[in-house]
Design a protein around this ligand. Sequence first.
Ligand code: CAA
Length: 380
Amino acid sequence: MNFSLTEEHLMIRDAARDFAQTELLPGVIERDNTQTFPDSLVRKMGELGFLGVMVDPKYGGSGMDAISYAIIMEELSKIDASASVIVSVNNSLVCYGLEAYANEEQKQKYLTKLASGQSVGAFCLSEPEAGSDATSQRTTAIDKGDHYLINGTKNWITSGGRADVYIVIAQTDKHKGSHGINAFILEKGMPGFDIGPKEDKLGIRGSDTHTLQFNDVKVPKENRIGDDGSGFRFAMKTLSGGRIGIAAQALGIAAGAYELALKYSKERKAFGTEICNHQAIAFKLADMHTEIEAARMLVMRAAWDKDQGNNYDMSSAMAKLYASKVAMEHTVEAVQIHGGNGFVKEYHVERLMRDAKITQIYEGTSEIQKIVISRGIIKE
Ligand code: CAA
């Protein structure tokens, strides 16, 4: 067992940290206030290779491992979780899904642009009546010979208005249940594909979340990913990798808040000394440091499993479950350590606290992670 990062991992960490400090930090409060999507920053992240971290360079990616991806996600999320969710969805739900399951023509047509940041991807599984219960898809994709006709509604879609390429999960044969579901590649602008209003959210307000409507959208047959009926399995496998990204995002949010709280506690004085010298604060810092490190171990373990070719359904669920809990609890503590200043936007911790909540909800709620983990334990 080796707990050290390689020289290459350290360089990647420094590059992501530097980008987050110099590029993401300056406008992060403004983007949160105004719900502004970071267009030019997404382009820059594409140039740095952050949008196709694990994709083979022959498809425009950076050819790095999942550990590098987790490191990048942690560093970006310390500063701007809105930017990092765009990175996570593009990498692990869209690019990974295409690289692992799409055919060569689909990869050439879509993956290369997505991995290099020339286009942005969205993953459309959730529906008004099918969030956690993902097998209950109401969106239909009826086989019409040379094309499918797609009808239905998708909810809470990250990058919903800004994406160029959408992976849409839909039910083709209701009688076959989860084995009658397919995954399709849709493009913005297809007739009948409408983008609903942007959601006004508690956190990750710089990301672009929309409802999508499909009214008789004709999707060519060659846009189906994989064999007929393989869409639910595709969604589940893809989400397992997505959960590594979101776990690393939660870790970054927690670590970012902790770093700010530690710094503040060494500067702020009360009762004649820096507040870190009071046990009430010092013990909070000790708990934060310990539990964030434990979350990091789980995130790295899940990423390592992926890199080794091991099954990572359970380890990614465990990492997401724990890291998101740590993010929620310790961002609240970071606000508490900041006192009144913690409630003020310029100190950043209130935003991190708001951003933390979604990590317990999207890409499978904490309750869903417990279903995955408990089923895994019982099966073993
Ligand atoms: N790998 C391969 N196959 C899998 C699988 C996996 N990880 N998980 C399930 N399957 C297979 C099962 O083996 C089963 O196949 P068989 O019938 O052949 O046995 C089939 O898929 C159906 O599986 P289940 O019976 O386990 O289905 P279920 O109805 O009990 O649901 C669930 C399982 C784990 C709860 C699943 O519904 C789930 O993960 N729900 C949460 C969905 C989710 O994470 N949504 C997030 C939306 S995406 C998002 O948030 C993106 C964003 O923009 C940020």
